[in-house]
Design a protein around this ligand. Structure first.
Ligand SMILES: [Zn+2]
Length: 131
């Protein structure tokens, strides 16, 4: 009776929400996995008691020494950021390093390496094939 059919709205919010897929690699993947553990971001994760406990386990396992140069170390370096690493189930891919070696792992000169390259370089430093 003269009533107009409601216009269908095609706004984004009306569409069923699809969860974004987990990125395949690198820092985007790390950030996605950190959010899946219900942290807002990686910074929040680093402040968490979960991370503090993991850090203490790494320091204890490596006896306070840098795994690359054997000097005193205080930094934890991630070789990967897989879920089992982030949630502390498996800490074998986190190593204790000194500040100097940490920079060596993550930088080439003044350029910060992408995560995959940093991992590769870390493994080479651990094997002693580059100095
Ligand atoms: Zn070192």
């Amino acid at each position: 009776m003269g009533r107009r059919k409601k216009k269908k709205r095609k706004s984004k919010s009306a569409r069923p929400k699809r969860l974004p897929r987990c990125p395949r690699a690198g820092y985007p993947r790390r950030n996605w996995l950190v959010r899946s553990l219900e942290f807002k971001d990686y910074r929040e994760y680093q402040k968490s008691s979960l991370w503090q406990a993991i850090r203490l386990r790494v320091i204890e396992r490596d006896k306070g020494l840098c795994r690359i140069c054997n000097q005193r170390g205080r930094d934890c370096h991630h070789i990967d950021y897989e879920l089992h690493t982030l949630n502390g189930t498996d800490i074998s891919n986190i190593i204790l390093v000194c500040r100097k070696c940490h920079d060596e792992c993550e930088f080439e000169g003044r350029t910060k390496l992408i995560q995959q390259k940093a991992s590769q370089k870390t493994l080479e430093l651990l094997k002693g094939t580059i100095t």
